[in-house]
Design a binder for this molecule. Structure first.
Ligand SMILES: *Cc1c(COP(=O)(O)O)cnc(C)c1O
Length: 460
């Protein structure tokens, strides 16, 4: 890991599947194992050598965190214990910890706790919140939209999805929203794009007309789905206005906060999420900006009873109905067996604390603002817009889309930098996600130099 941090090796080592497999030669030991001759250690080393180095300053491609030591330890502990904790007796400690973690997330949003910890009941007259941890944002979005479907069409579980349901979504919604619509039986054709600016940020003023149009055509609006923040651009949708509109119109508001909800931890940055408490459901990945190892995501709902009505299933061998001791998660999640996901965040908080996590987010966001200025001031480059998070899009001014794509591939092949790309406002952009506090202006200077060299090479 120290070698990765120094950045003296490559961040990524791309080779063909067969090149790697020829080297490790699984055919020679899959049937009988490697025996006792040191080969096991050799296999582990070969695996490590061909793995992508997230601790390397040149890692700026995707949104996966540099894992906190606490979370890595949680993985080791859970690997040894193997407490598949969906029902309480399969992991009482893990179950209690999930309750604590969900209540903590609800509190950050501004919602009352679940009441599953009797020492922390919601204040009198307030509706208990609800939530469950699940394996990633994709599954979390599907779960939240399933809850939205159960709220607007409870008959759908047995009778199938009614044909009049539509979903209003940001045009730059994460692809998992489109998948969820397909899987839920709405079809992606039932997603109506919310009017937006050229960066894909929704224009709340356009929502009313869109809802009116859908309703006049005999459609039921199942949910409005917005980003906090958008994956491609890192920009936050205006949650307050969207929330007020949805509450007045009686429409389920889903906030996909997979990436950006972590900004709730920071007293100033949380303003980007103001109004989030007006939502009905929020999805929040801990393996992005909270620094847990992959993966653990909160599906959080303002009214806990909605999650209880989402999965309408009885299975006597796993569900008990009213439990005397502890809580089951199995009725409000997809998974049957589930890893003790809450332990990752629990031990991350134990190691770094909320203030430490907030400081890291501030470091990454302010680094991104400085890098934006640095790229914008450099001749030959153009930036998409002022960043609002740790995600930033830029491109070579002189090149077409194909050139940006080729440069990214060339950089990856050379192995010094790992970037991603995005299509926004009709153009292809190189995309930086600055997850690593070791990435600095010098790294970026070297990146821009390398891009210029590659560009002159492919044009000449
Ligand atoms: C990353 C992301 C997802 C998907 O989350 P996974 O944990 O990778 O499945 C969904 N929505 C948004 C906005 C994201 O940034």
């Amino acid at each position: 890991m120290e070698i990765s941090r120094q950045g003296t090796t490559s961040v990524v080592r791309l080779e063909d599947v067969e090149t790697f497999l020829r080297r490790v030669d699984p055919g020679s030991f899959f049937s009988a194992g490697v025996g006792n001759d040191g080969r096991f250690e050799c296999l582990v080393r070969q695996f490590l050598a061909s793995s992508t180095r997230l601790h390397h300053p040149g890692y700026m491609a995707h949104q996966v965190a540099l894992p906190n030591y606490g979370s890595a330890l949680a993985d080791l502990i859970s690997g040894v214990l193997n407490n598949g904790m969906s029902v309480y007796e399969m992991g009482p400690a893990a179950g209690a910890i999930e309750v604590a973690v969900i209540d903590w997330m609800l509190d950050k949003i501004g919602w009352p706790p679940t009441g599953r910890n009797r020492d922390q009941e919601p204040a009198a007259g307030r509706t208990p919140g609800g939530g469950v941890l699940t394996h990633g944002g994709t599954l979390a979005n599907l779960t939240a939209l399933l809850a939205a479907r159960a709220a607007s069409a409870p008959e759908a579980w047995a009778g199938g999805t009614p044909r009049d349901l539509v979903l209003l979504a940001s045009p730059v919604a994460h692809y998992s929203i489109f998948r969820a619509a397909a899987i839920l039986g709405l079809g992606t054709g039932a997603i109506l794009p919310i009017p937006s600016d050229r960066f894909g940020r929704i224009l709340p003023a356009g929502l009313a007309a869109l809802v009116q149009r859908a309703r006049s055509e005999g459609c039921r609006v199942m949910a409005v789905c917005v980003n906090a923040c958008a994956t491609a651009t890192g920009l936050f949708d205006p949650l307050q206005a969207a929330g007020e509109f949805c509450r007045e119109s009686g429409i389920w508001l889903h906030v996909d906060g997979a990436h950006g909800a972590s900004a709730l931890l920071h007293p100033a940055l949380r303003q980007r999420l103001s109004g989030i408490e007006l939502a009905d459901s929020v999805v929040w990945d801990t393996h992005k900006l909270l620094g847990t190892s992959a993966l653990a995501t909160g599906v959080l709902v303002r009214d806990g009873s909605t999650l209880g009505r989402t999965f309408q299933q009885e299975a006597a061998y796993v569900t008990e109905g009213q439990r005397e001791t502890g809580v089951d998660f199995i009725e409000s999640q997809f998974e049957c067996t589930k890893a003790p996901l809450g332990l990752k965040l629990f031990l991350t908080l134990a190691v770094t604390g909320e203030t430490g996590l907030a400081a890291n987010i501030e470091t990454l966001f302010s680094l991104t603002r400085r890098v934006h200025g640095q790229i914008a001031s450099r001749n030959g480059f153009e930036v998409l817009c002022e960043p609002e998070s740790n995600i930033l899009c830029f491109r070579l001014r002189s090149g077409d889309d194909a050139l940006q794509t080729r440069i990214r591939k060339d950089l990856m092949r050379r192995g010094e930098f790992l970037l991603s790309q995005a299509d926004v406002d009709g153009q292809r952009w190189l995309r930086l996600t600055l997850m690593n506090p070791l990435t600095d202006e010098t790294t970026i200077e070297r990146l821009l130099d390398a891009i210029e060299v590659l560009a002159s090479g492919s044009q000449g």
